[in-house]
Write a protein that binds this ligand. Sequence first.
Ligand code: FE2
Length: 288
Amino acid sequence: MKPRRFRTEDGHLTAEMRTAFDADGYLFLENFVAPAECDRLRARALELVEGFDPAEHRTVFSTTTRSHAAADYFEGSGDKIRFFFEEGAFDGRGELKQPKALSINKLGHAMHDLDPAFDRFSRAAKLRTLAGDLAFRAPQVIQSMYIFKQPQIGGEVSWHVDSTYLYTEPLSCVGLWFALEDATMQNGAMWCLPGAHRMPLKSRFLRKDGKLTTEVLDSSPWPEGPRVGLEAAKGSLIVLHGQLPHYSGPNTSDRSRHAYTLHVIDGECRYPADNWLVRGPELPVRPL
Ligand code: FE2
């Protein structure tokens, strides 16, 4: 099944686009970001990686203390810019198999508040207009991720919905997924289950007794049904409803698949204190 594709110049959504989003749980907007803007963000991400010394976080990757230190590094990343490696990046001795810039899986989770280039991209006027047309009352950017999906070793992201990770009461999370390079079936484009966003939330990822854990709310399987492959040209924006199941396969091709994501929640909804992503008092969540 092919996705329906739309275009908006200024971020406003037509009635047809809103109907498509309500029906499908995703909205595919072609040519949303100019190619030069995509290139600027890619260049900035690579600069950040260049400034990161993997040796500083050596314990993260040591075989003995790996899980504990890695968990701390991840758990505290909600208001930081942190660097996470692809699983296939290391050899048996814990050494990088290839250059650092080709080994990072993603950056997260507060570039939009800590880095001026990411802040500018993330708070474009078009995005505020879009959020208004998606019926947000007080849109806030709770999380940003820069995903590299590296050639040959880019890891799979298993089926999930984003509201599992960014839970509010009532649910309000919407993902904004920007293709900074062409995403194809060869380099790990996303897939989704259109219409399945109407199902109740199946799980929450939260903090319990000082540990991150998944609480299962409903163990029934995802529905069988047509899956839509979201091949996306550079500059596309795919808006994902927080309850829409989506997935992306590994990248075994020679071409990377860089993407940037923002997750928006409504500031008028409750953000429970046991959510995994915590922001310290010195870096409160800001409006879109
Ligand atoms: Fe996701």
